[in-house]
Design a protein around this ligand. Structure first.
Ligand code: 4AD
Ligand code: MG
Length: 430
């Protein structure tokens, strides 16, 4: 039998339907009582009238607690005054389980308590809205890549080598040798790009971050396109196009959620190409001009990023970074060995870096030197170096952090609410 969801009920005006869901609320006014039903797609007011149902059904009002699971059968009717413009005249109610007293109530709870109850908290409206926007962002991203000839290319989670800073590796005992949880799928994406031209890796990545901030998780999802025959300029265009498309799709399909989250939509409507592009040098000068005490050559901190991003109402791309603060695989600018062809995208409104990427070193011998210079063991990189022996080409790519993108688009402060079950330094449960 075809199952019907509350979100589609308007199409069924006048019909008898059966709905599966959970009790959100029960309220009685004597000979009539109302059951607010939640089915994961929407809420619905179900009306139980004493004269229209048998005694047993009418008495269920006394049994039903918040989050009890039920199947309700009744007649759909359009009702302007009801939320969603539709209500259900109940004929019968089947109870599956009577829920115990629900720990999350409309009163204010502290974040620690809510995080401990994350498995239940995700049922509440705000969390629901955020996670639906996340769904939309992932869907839009995949559509974007699929429509532009990118092949989905899955990278392993267990790896033998470091790919980013060695200080943030998670070690795993792998039959007596040490494996690492993947910090990025990029290196495998590069192999994919040489095989398919354009690929994207999409999966969880892991970093044993040492600091606790509102922008860092220890497990986060990254979307990583990798493109053959692509230089840093084209790479920046891809990042720009992807972000514009994601925002466009959210504005089109997630309006309800964004409104519920009280997101200032006008700010998102400004996210159109082209994004401003600054070199690292220009960004450093901008900080100086704004009175920030910034040491040239170092990475931008959270506050630095905010000051830079505040100058614009669109994401800003920063490119050509001091090579010393970037990963071993970055290609250098032709005229300056000190500058790496890296690019970061900073989101507006203080959300900071959402994209990191750049053009990759494609020369075998140079790459060997860099691996040595970074004190990395050569053996696990043998396969990676092969890519520079068998048909090496200029290539680029980037990683977009899903959780930071969700936080920015939803306008929420902390990224722990942007993933169903966040992992942080202090949290492994639920
Ligand atoms: O700048 P990152 O470290 O770049 C890379 O890993 C490249 N290998 C990606 C590539 O070129 N394919 O990380 C990319 C993005 C950041 O811009 C940020 O959005 C996100 O990943 N990110 C984190 N998100 C949440 N928690 C953390 N601890 C994160 N670390 C990075
Ligand atoms: Mg980065």
């Amino acid at each position: 039998m075809e199952k019907i969801f509350i979100k589609d009920l308007k199409k069924h005006d006048g019909n008898e339907v059966t709905l599966n869901g959970w009790v959100y609320n029960v309220r009685s006014i004597g000979k009539i009582w109302f059951l607010i039903l939640r089915d994961g797609t929407e809420m619905l007011q179900c009306v139980v009238v004493k004269n229209d149902v048998d005694e047993e059904t009418f008495k269920k009002e006394e049994l039903l607690t918040q989050e009890s699971s039920v199947t309700v059968t009744g007649i759909v009717r359009l009702e302007k005054r009801a939320v969603g413009g539709v209500e259900l005249g109940v004929k019968s109610i089947e109870i599956h389980q009577i829920a115990e007293e629900y720990p999350i109530t409309p009163k204010e709870h502290g974040t620690a308590f809510l995080m401990d109850n994350r498995h239940l908290w995700i049922r509440s409206k705000k969390q629901h809205a955020i996670l639906k926007v996340r769904h939309q962002i992932v869907k839009a991203s995949r559509d974007f890549f699929d429509n532009n000839d990118f092949v989905l290319f899955d990278a392993p989670m267990l790896t033998a080598n470091a790919a980013e800073e060695t200080t943030s590796l998670f070690n795993v005992d792998y039959y007596g040798r040490t494996a690492y949880l993947s910090q990025t799928g990029q290196l495998y994406g590069e192999a994919g790009a040489m095989a398919f031209n354009r690929v994207y890796v999409f999966g969880p990545t892991f970093r044993a971050e040492k600091s606790k901030t509102r922008r860092h998780l220890t497990e986060f999802w990254m979307l990583e396109p990798e493109i053959a025959y692509c230089d840093i300029e084209e790479n920046m265009e891809w990042a720009e196009k992807l972000i514009v498309y994601i925002v466009e799709q959210c504005l089109e399909n997630s309006k309800e959620e964004l409104n519920f989250l009280e997101r200032d939509i006008s700010k998102l409507e400004k996210i159109k190409a082209p994004f401003p592009r600054l070199t690292y040098d220009e960004a450093a000068k901008l900080l100086k001009d704004n009175g920030v005490d910034f040491e040239y050559g170092s990475d931008f901190g959270g506050t630095d990023e905010t000051v830079i991003a505040e100058q614009f109402d669109k994401p800003v791309i920063i490119h050509r970074w001091p090579a010393d603060i970037k990963a071993f695989y970055m290609k250098r600018t032709p005229d300056n060995e000190e500058l790496a062809l890296g690019m970061d995208v900073l989101a507006p409104e203080g959300y900071g870096e959402i994209v990191g990427g750049g053009q990759r070193e494609d020369d075998h011998d140079t790459l060997v030197k860099r691996i040595l210079k970074h004190d990395l063991p050569m053996t696990p990189f043998k396969w990676y170096l092969d890519l520079r022996i068998y048909g090496s080409v200029p290539h680029s790519g980037f990683g977009l952090g899903i959780e930071r993108t969700v936080a920015w688009i939803c306008g929420i402060k902390h990224i722990r609410e942007t993933i169903p079950f966040p992992r942080t330094i202090t949290r492994l449960e639920p």
